[in-house]
Design a protein around this ligand. Structure first.
Ligand code: DHB
Length: 393
């Protein structure tokens, strides 16, 4: 088969790109090694920028986000047991939306079906050939065992943080930047009522914790743990004790407890590969850059890459070729590095590094006081957390 754009990876980035290209009259086929069910049931991020919500609604993906999502006008930052509200609305006139990535994905997959878009889930043996030429190809094995080849003009690598597409850029033509963290997140789902009206980010002597949610009756929470922690080794009681200790404070704040239905250790890092384009291959989302989860930038950043690509690719196909394509990286990359900085900064601000000295910990507490205790500090956090506009041409 032949198609203008082949997309490797049918997560939110790949499917949103296919959707936006479809609206621009450009056919795209997306393939993914995971089944739709696997993607839909893997817990991922939970927070969308208001711009992303607007794009989902205005481009006709779905207006379900407006009914099932929840607009949040701020967050709570807890420091040394004291709550501090960061009022996004008042500080920067912005808000965020709680709407799980699994729902974004389901809406996009439904929209592809509705619009007659082709997505092949559950494939194996993906190969991208001739990426540097004008005639790249994607080969894969379908679930029924048959081998297929897609001939495309452009291939987009939207295949996530363990991307195989990014390896196609020859070593002497790419640079990889990144850093590791000496901690991970222990993530749970709990059947319990919400404990707070907004998200709670807590820095404590015991380490970081984040209280988020999924629905009225299902809550999503995380706490900092060692990167080699085994989720199975933690009883429900020990998890609740840990979480309660990290959010406890003078105001008597306590989490509503309930049965824990999922326990996962989530490792993360900061990573960028440049360039984001190699010949006819374009990298988007986590394939090109990953951020630590603190501050909820990853999904939003991926969707911004895709928005730029959906502007550039139809023009490239329409005759502008390389000159349109050359716009992609500069327009995407500034936001990438801003998000890298913010995610790194917020992670370092709120987590307790193993082996931190008494000086390190007091300095860090001073930094957090500077953030929550000054209008400039709160405004900075609010601006970064709620996102940056996508640069236009
Ligand atoms: C969620 C995840 C994040 O990394 C974050 O900063 C906020 C919320 C979540 O999964 O709900």
């Amino acid at each position: 088969a032949s198609v203008p754009v082949a997309i490797v990876g049918a997560g939110p980035a790949g499917l949103m790109l296919a959707h936006l290209l479809g609206r621009a009259g450009v056919e795209a086929v997306a393939v993914d090694t995971r089944t739709r069910r696997e993607i839909e049931t893997t817990q991922r991020a939970g927070i969308l920028e208001a711009d992303v919500v607007r794009d989902l609604v205005e481009t006709g993906v779905s207006d379900r986000v407006l009914r099932d999502g929840a607009e949040h006008e701020g967050i709570e930052v807890r420091s040394a047991g004291l709550p501090h509200r960061i009022d996004f609305k008042e500080l920067v006139g912005a808000s965020t939306w709680l709407y799980p990535q699994t729902d974004v994905f389901a809406d996009l997959a439904d929209a592809r079906e509705r619009d007659g878009g082709t997505v092949h889930f559950g494939i194996r043996g993906t190969e991208v050939l001739d990426a540097a030429t004008d005639a790249p190809r994607v080969r894969y094995t379908a679930p029924d065992g048959t081998r297929h080849e897609l001939r495309a003009r452009y291939v987009v690598g939207a295949d996530g943080s363990r991307s195989m597409c990014r390896d196609l850029v020859p070593e002497d033509h790419r640079v990889r930047y990144g850093t590791e963290y000496p901690f991970a997140w222990f993530g749970i789902l709990a059947e319990a009522p919400a404990s707070a009206p907004e998200l709670v980010y807590a820095r404590s002597a015991h380490g970081f914790a984040l209280i988020s949610r999924r629905t009225e009756s299902v809550q999503r929470m995380y706490f900092q743990c060692a990167p080699d922690e085994s989720a199975a080794a933690w009883s429900d009681d020990r998890i609740w004790e840990t979480l309660q200790a990290r959010v406890a404070g003078e105001d008597g704040f306590r989490l509503e407890e309930g049965p824990i239905t999922e326990k996962t250790v989530l490792r993360f890092r900061s990573f960028v590969q440049e360039p984001m384009r190699w010949g006819s291959l374009l990298l988007a989302g986590d394939a090109a850059h990953t951020v630590p989860p603190t501050g909820a930038r990853g999904l939003n950043l991926a969707l911004h890459d895709v928005k730029v690509l959906a502007d550039v690719l139809p023009r490239a196909l329409g005759g502008a070729g390389g000159s349109a394509l050359a716009e992609y990286e500069p327009r995407a990359l500034q936001r990438v590095w801003r998000a890298q900085n913010f995610s790194y900064w917020m992670t370092r601000l709120l987590h307790t590094a193993p082996g931190a000295s008494a000086f390190d910990l007091r300095r860090q507490a001073g930094e957090l006081d500077n953030v929550v205790g000054t209008r400039a500090g709160r405004t900075y956090l609010a601006e970064q957390y709620t996102g940056w506009p996508t640069p236009t041409r």
